[in-house]
Design a protein around this ligand. Structure first.
Ligand code: COA
Length: 123
């Protein structure tokens, strides 16, 4: 990574990457728990500005996240990637990620506000 690129935690959970005083990338994460595998680091969002991609900044952010996960006794890091985002899928796979949808058949679900309200209003 370029010498004047800095990966830092500006507040508790996001990791920001700076060049001088400019933010050029970030990762947003939180800790969560799974009854079978224990504490996890959940990577909610991860982004490096287009013109700074391919210089190892994303890898450096992942290293910081891995370090944070290990220091906080997490057993793994979870995240979702759109099937169409092949470049990112390959990026993660080259760093040891396994595809749980393929291997274990997991699918992502959502209950929207309308249905939450409906259930919440039920007697
Ligand atoms: C995924 C992402 C964060 C990676 O960041 P990055 O700083 O480019 O990461 P790196 O430079 O460490 O590695 C990128 C890899 O792509 C290759 N690459 C080369 N040129 C590239 C370019 N212009 N753009 C992206 N990747 C490039 C690198 O060689 C490297 O290959 P490697 O896996 O063999 O090391 C970044 O591409 C991104 O923000 N993508 C859009 C948002 C996104 O899809 N986020 C993930 C959603 S879950």
């Amino acid at each position: 990574m370029h010498k004047h690129v800095q990966v830092m935690h500006l507040c508790k959970t996001p990791v920001f990457t700076l060049v001088g005083y400019s933010v050029i990338g970030f990762a947003m994460y939180y800790f969560t728990y799974d009854p079978w595998i224990g504490k996890l680091l959940y990577l909610e969002d991860f982004y490096v500005m287009r013109e700074y991609r391919g210089f190892g900044i994303g890898s450096e952010i992942l290293k910081t996240l891995s370090d944070t996960a290990v220091k906080n006794r997490c057993s793994s890091m979870h995240f979702i990637v759109a099937e169409s985002n092949k470049a990112s899928i390959d990026f993660y796979k080259r760093r040891g990620a396994s595809d749980l949808s393929l291997q274990e058949g997991w699918r992502l679900f959502r209950i929207d506000k309308e249905n939450l309200l409906k259930m919440s209003a039920e007697e």
